[in-house]
Structure formats: C-alpha cells, structure tokens
Design a protein around this ligand. Structure first.
Ligand SMILES: *Cc1c(COP(=O)(O)O)cnc(C)c1O
Length: 504
C-alpha cells in the first residue's frame, strides 16, 4: 500500500470493525479482564516500534486485545467516577471534529469555529451570570473581551483562575507584592478543595503550602468562623489573600460551600472570588435544584467541566469570567501567530494548540436544550436520593453524607459491628474492611464504586475510608443500584469471615 492511501482511502472494514468492537464492549463488564497490573504490563511489554507499518487488518487484531481491557465506564452498575456515557450523536460528531482538525488557538486555523467558542462561552456565561441581551451583544465577539476560555478540563480552568487572581493582585512580578508590604500570598478555601489548586499555587511560584485548607461544618461546607479566623491571621502575618475559593459540588461529597456568605466576605475584603463548579455548575439548568447554587453569580470566575455533567467528551473544560476584561491581565502574544490585535483565543489560554471541543457543547446545547439537561440532572439527583434511602434502610450500611447533588458517601459495616456503638478501634476495623471490599468489588468487575478517605464530624477527626457513589449515568435504574448494594453485602460477608473470623 502506498502511504498516501492512508490519507485518502478510508477502509470501510476498519469502520465496521470499530462499531463491532464498541458494541461488544458496551455489552460486557470489567469481569472480562481482571484488574491486575501484572497482566497489563505483561500484555504491553514491547518498547520497540515496528520497523515497517502493518496493515489495518493486522492492527485490528491488536485493537481487539486492547479494547476489552478498558474500564467499563458506561455500565449502569459502574457508579464510581465522574465519567459518563456519551450520547450516541457524539460518535459521528467526533469523527467530523477530529477530521476537521481545527485549532481554535488561532483564528487563522479555526475561522468560524473560533467564534463558535465565544458563542458557547456566552451561553454558559448567561447561565451563570444572567446578564442582559445588551451585555452579550457588546461583549460576546468583542476583540478585547473574553467571557471565558475553553480549557482541557477543570484543572487547567482552576489554574487559570489562580493565574488571573495573581496577576490582578501583582501582575507577573511577585516583588510588587513585597513592595505593597506583604510577606507572601495564600488562597483560602475548604479542606475539600480540589488538588488542582495545589498544582496552580506551585506553578505560580507561590507554593502549594499556601493553599490554606480550612475546616468544614457538619455538612462538609466551608466553615465561616474558620474563614474569619484565617482572614485575621492573614492580616496579622501580612499575607495577601489572592483568592477565596468556593466549591460548588465537592469531588468527595458533592457538598456546596455557602456561596452567598463567601461572596459577601470576598467583596468586603476585596478578594478575588472563584467558584469551582466543575462538577456542580450544570445544576443551574434545573428549576428544582438551581437554588443550591445561589450566589454563584457574584463570583469573579467560575470553573465548569463539559466532560462531567454536560455529558460531552473528555478534554472539555471552561473558565468563565464575570467581567469581560479580566482575561486581559494574562494576555500573551507571539509574533508568528498570536497577534495582539487579533481575535485569537491563544492570547488568553494557558494551553496552546487544542481541539475545537466547543462543537460538542454546541451540539449538546442544541439537541438537549435547557430542558433536556434539567431532566437528566433531576433524574440523577433523584437516583442519588433513592440510593441513600436504600442504604439507610439496611444495617449493613452507614450513610456518611446525604446527597446534595448526585454524589453520596457511605460505608459497609461488617456483621459483628452492625448496630453497635463504634469506637476508634471499631472504626479502624471498618476502614480496613471497606478498603478490602472496594478492591474485591473492583476485582470481581460486576459493579463498582470508588473510595476516599475523609474525617467525618460524627467520629471526631478520625480519617475514615468511605465508599463514594457518583450517579451520573442516565441509564442507571433502581435494579442496578440494588444489584450494586447486594454485591457489596455478599462480598462483605465473605470478607468479614476472612478478616474478623475470630471476632464474631
Ligand atoms: C473534576 C473536578 C476538577 C478537576 O477537573 P478535571 O477536568 O479532572 O481537570 C476540579 N474541581 C472539581 C470540584 C472537580 O469535580
């Protein structure tokens, strides 16, 4: 085969094989391929590239051995992570997007799709901030304005927010802070803040240790008294507070910080107010639940993830800015491409070349509409409430955080401790039991939840192992939730015999 044929002649058999692979994958579960590092590394132990290319038919043989080893994120009994099955239209749309291969860093390499990004960002800006038509008419496509930027995810969006906050405070020159009389800079938020803020402070040269993770209340929300104490300490120690972070949907619990109070404190202290709504932002589509995010419109910046509750492919995040000129504080140019007087989004994005993933959002917005999102989100939030009820009804489980959105945490209690008062030693046993249980369930491959480790007010400051369920898949039915819990009860019985045989 001539190499140019790889570019000009699609192989229909290859496309059909791809469809068949996906079909088979979607009708199986993780039990097909055990979760074992040893067998994975054994399967992939070739460090040499082939000298000559192989045919697509030969490559299909290899693909057929790789695909079954992927995680079955789309299974309705897989409730462990923040990854959703994608709507079917995404498959064909992704073919279009990948083959167009546009680069919205620059207008010259994406043309109309650069402006599609701006339109998509304006729709999300309106969802959060609800400005009037005149505002969007003026700023949506203005040259020296950006209602936000597209990023590869929530991490880069959060890092960009810190970058903006720092440049607002002292430009890119930390000495300016010292000249203002400060000895350093910190950001304040709850201990449930995402770890991307540590990365951001590290990169900005401000130090991950200056992410102050403050106490939470019984509902896993940033404690206002703890915040006031921290603010006083910052003044005493001459530390500049670069940003106050409110989490709107914590990664562990889905809890939401008291945004109206945080907004008022940020305004009073003149601190950049950032809301990390990577998970929770789309709650705003739901008339029933949008009240949970009251106060978000007062944030200077808001992080959203497209690849979570907006149900588009991975690699889609956003940072939204209330004020259209805020992005100018991080503007950078390059003479060969990113021109100061252009519309190039590359002037503001931390990333350079990147895909035009705004097209996925555009399609989802048009095809689902606000009502479609509202319906999907409400159904998921209801599923989480149903799961919480099933957990509370069984002595084999202890619900650790009631669902605010569609995340919940709980743990399995071994038979000999059910109904007992749990002291520190019992909690340590339960921790070990839940780690073993989560691993056993993962190894079995039929159903899945993830696990985390957190202190929960009920048991003082003891770090507890918690099972964490994420109800994101629109195809989850009550029977799947029941099956998952039944798997845990069954595995729990077996494990309790192994771990605590004598204690019972
Ligand atoms: C997922 C998440 C992030 C990180 O987003 P990525 O897309 O994984 O980079 C940040 N904050 C919160 C609250 C999240 O849920």
């Amino acid at each position: 085969m001539k190499l140019t044929e790889l570019f000009t002649q699609p192989d229909p058999a290859f496309g059909q094989a791809m469809t068949a692979l996906l079909e088979r994958f979607h009708h199986s579960d993780d039990s097909q391929v055990p979760y074992q590092r040893g067998s994975f590394t054994h399967q992939l132990d070739q460090s040499r590239m082939p000298t000559a290319g192989i045919s697509t038919t030969e490559y299909l043989t290899r693909l057929a051995t790789l695909v079954p080893g992927a995680s079955h994120l789309t299974s309705p009994r897989y409730m462990g992570h923040m990854t959703a099955p994608l709507p079917a239209f995404t498959a064909e749309l992704s073919r279009l997007l990948v083959m167009l291969n546009q680069n919205p860093m620059k207008m010259e390499s994406s043309r109309l799709l650069s402006f599609l990004e701006r339109e998509v960002l304006a729709k999300l800006h309106r969802l959060i901030y609800g400005e009037g038509d005149a505002f969007y008419d003026t700023h949506m496509h203005a040259k020296d304005a950006a209602l936000g930027v597209m990023t590869s995810g929530g991490t880069i969006a959060n890092v960009t927010a810190l970058w903006l906050a720092r440049n607002r405070a002292c430009g890119d020159n930390l000495f300016a802070l010292y000249e203002q009389g400060y000895r350093g800079a910190v950001i304040l938020g709850s201990r449930l803040m995402h770890y991307s803020f540590d990365k951001g402070m590290d990169l900005l040269g401000l130090g991950a240790a200056n992410v102050w993770r403050l106490d939470t209340d019984a509902d896993n929300r940033l404690s206002i008294p703890a915040l006031e104490v921290a603010l006083t300490r910052c003044k005493e120690q001459k530390l500049k507070v670069l940003a106050l972070v409110g989490v709107a949907g914590s990664t562990d619990f889905g809890s939401i910080d008291p945004l109206p109070e945080l907004a008022s404190i940020a305004a009073r202290e003149q601190i950049h107010f950032h809301v990390d709504a990577a998970w929770g932002g789309p709650t705003l589509y739901s008339p029933r639940y949008q009240g949970l995010l009251a106060g978000i419109a007062r944030a200077d910046t808001v992080t959203l993830d497209g690849h979570k509750q907006l149900l588009v492919p991975l690699g889609t995040g956003m940072l939204l800015c209330r004020q259209p000129d805020l992005m100018m504080t991080v503007k950078r140019e390059a003479p060969y491409a990113i021109r100061a007087t252009s519309f190039d989004q590359g002037r503001f994005t931390l990333e350079g070349t990147r895909p035009a993933n705004a097209l996925y959002l555009d399609a989802a917005f048009q095809l689902l509409g606000q009502q479609g999102y509202a319906e999907l989100i409400e159904a998921n939030y209801d599923r989480a409430r149903l799961m919480a009820e099933l957990i509370e009804a069984s002595p084999a489980f202890e619900l650790m955080s009631a669902p605010v959105m569609n995340l919940l945490s709980y743990r399995c209690i071994p038979p000999h401790l059910q109904g007992k008062a749990l002291d520190e030693e019992a909690n340590e046993q339960i921790n070990r039991f839940n780690v073993a249980l989560q691993k056993a369930q993962r190894a079995e491959g039929h159903s899945f939840v993830s696990r985390t480790q957190r202190a929960v007010g009920r048991y003082d400051e003891l770090p507890l192992t918690l099972l964490r369920a994420v109800l994101l898949n629109p195809l989850i039915e009550e029977r799947h939730i029941r099956e998952l819990l039944a798997d845990q009860e069954r595995l729990g019985h077996e494990l309790a015999r192994e771990l605590f045989g004598d204690a019972r």
